[in-house]
Design a protein around this ligand. Structure first.
Ligand code: AMP
Length: 433
């Protein structure tokens, strides 16, 4: 036995999970296509400075979880495997001059991401997200569109009890162009004042969060912090007039379009770039993080932060791995791809090439078929076809004629010429399918 194992936190996806993963991915692309979101494929690595700038140096994703690659040759740039997709999408928006297109620019991708996280069920070091970005519109209407799309995607997969938890995290990068003044820094000071009296009771990690990024205390899992957070002031009571108006428009708009939301005044997201609208898609009753299917937010300062002209943006990321886990837990996994409908077997070893040719001809005609390429006895070949769940077997006889055996009816026809048997088997799988 080989001593090699897949690296910790990096999984092999076997059936039926591999098919479920592919199915959820196909549905993601289809949802994006249907809403007019242009597909974008981004590189799996970017300059690590892009993530440091975009996501923020104090975030866990950059300070602890980034996989940096050693620079090669003359290349002085340090690359990092992407831990999220938004920074790359915004980099592409700026690089390809998408500002000159009609705004907002709507983009969609399905991306493999890498985070050096502590692996557990639902948390892996390589995982996949369905990512939607709408860049170039600061109004609440696009928030409604994006939030509804994610909810509808999950609901249509069968996760009908998904909840949308909604908050506003105010603004930091405020400029008159967006009609707002800065409200988050003032709130962060209020929050710091709330936690400072109990600083000695907090863990080391949370003491340093209190110093560098107090907002993160609101999603701490440490008991002392959770206890104090329960009485923390809500950011929604501290929004500036424009952020409050935006939040009110999003809240009432979602009610109008029939997306039920739960107000979540302590919801903060792990990334620094979010402004205003922030939300999560949660499944009630799941353990730990497994119910957190995805989340999103507005990032009105990000394009400018990455060197572009000030441009608002909003997006969501839904974790495909967690979606598949939730479907599995509810018995909703789609049927895995089964074995081929037709197996082409043969009496004599010399007929192997002929079997492969017939299977190829059947596939070219749209059927699913494979040849039995072994030299084993016909009885064993038939057993293999039954085990694969095939509907029919074609047996190549020593004289080159073909025998059609219907495995569903357990009946067998007389040997006949190739053309007639192929037509008959195609009719058979059409009727059975
Ligand atoms: P985030 O980008 O951290 O806001 O995460 C958005 C979604 O991606 C989460 O709700 C999860 O569904 C998924 N996700 C994040 N991190 C992981 C991980 N380490 N393993 C699997 N899924 C993840």
């Amino acid at each position: 036995m080989s001593g090699f194992q897949s690296p910790r936190g990096l999984r092999d996806l076997l059936e039926p999970l591999a098919s479920a993963h592919g199915w959820a991915t196909d549905r993601a692309w289809a949802a994006a296509d249907a809403a007019g979101y242009a597909r974008i494929e981004l590189p799996i690595a970017e300059e690590s400075a892009l993530f440091e700038r975009a996501v923020g140096g104090t975030s866990d994703i950059v300070s602890k979880e980034l996989y940096r690659l050693e620079p090669r040759g003359d290349d002085a740039v340090t690359l990092a495997l992407r831990p999220e997709a938004t920074a790359g999408a915004v980099r592409a928006y700026i690089q390809h001059g998408m500002r000159s297109q009609p705004q907002p620019v709507r983009l969609a991708t399905v991306a493999q991401l890498f985070r050096y996280d502590r692996p557990q069920k639902g948390r892996y070091r390589q995982f996949t997200q369905f990512d939607i970005e709408a860049i170039g519109d600061g109004g609440p209407g696009i928030d409604l569109e994006v939030i509804e799309m994610g909810a509808a995607y999950l609901r249509d997969l069968g996760l009908t009890d998904v909840q949308v938890h909604l908050n506003s995290v105010g603004c930091t990068t405020c400029r008159p162009a967006y009609g707002c003044t800065t409200c988050r820094p003032a709130y962060v000071e209020t929050l710091r004042a709330h936690f400072t009296p109990v600083v000695q009771e907090l863990s080391q990690v949370d003491q340093s969060r209190l110093a560098t990024n107090p907002l993160r205390l609101l999603d701490s899992k440490e008991p002392a912090t959770v206890k104090r957070a329960a009485s923390a002031p809500a950011i929604t009571d501290h929004l500036c007039a424009d952020c409050a108006a935006h939040h009110a428009a999003v809240t009432t708009g979602l009610a109008t379009i029939g997306v039920a939301v739960l107000p979540a005044p302590r919801l903060v997201r792990g990334l620094d770039y979010y402004t205003r609208t922030a939300w999560e898609y949660l499944l009630p009753g799941e353990q730990g993080q497994q119910g957190a299917l995805g989340g999103g937010g507005r990032y009105d300062g990000l394009v400018e932060l990455l060197g572009g002209t000030p441009t608002p943006g909003i997006g969501f990321a839904i974790g495909i791995d967690r979606v598949v886990l939730a479907l599995e837990a509810r018995g909703l996994l789609p049927i895995a791809a089964s074995g081929p409908a037709i197996v082409v077997a043969g009496i004599e070893p010399e007929s192997v090439a002929e079997r492969v040719a017939i299977a190829a001809q059947l596939r070219a005609a749209g059927a699913s078929a494979r040849a039995d390429v072994s030299t084993r006895k016909i009885g064993k070949q038939l057993e293999g076809a039954v085990r694969d769940g095939a509907l029919a077997v074609i047996i190549v006889e020593p004289d080159g004629r073909l025998t059609l055996r219907d495995l569903v009816k357990a009946s067998q026809a007389e040997p006949a010429e190739r053309g007639g048997v192929i037509a008959a088997v195609l009719r058979l799988v059409q009727n059975e399918g």
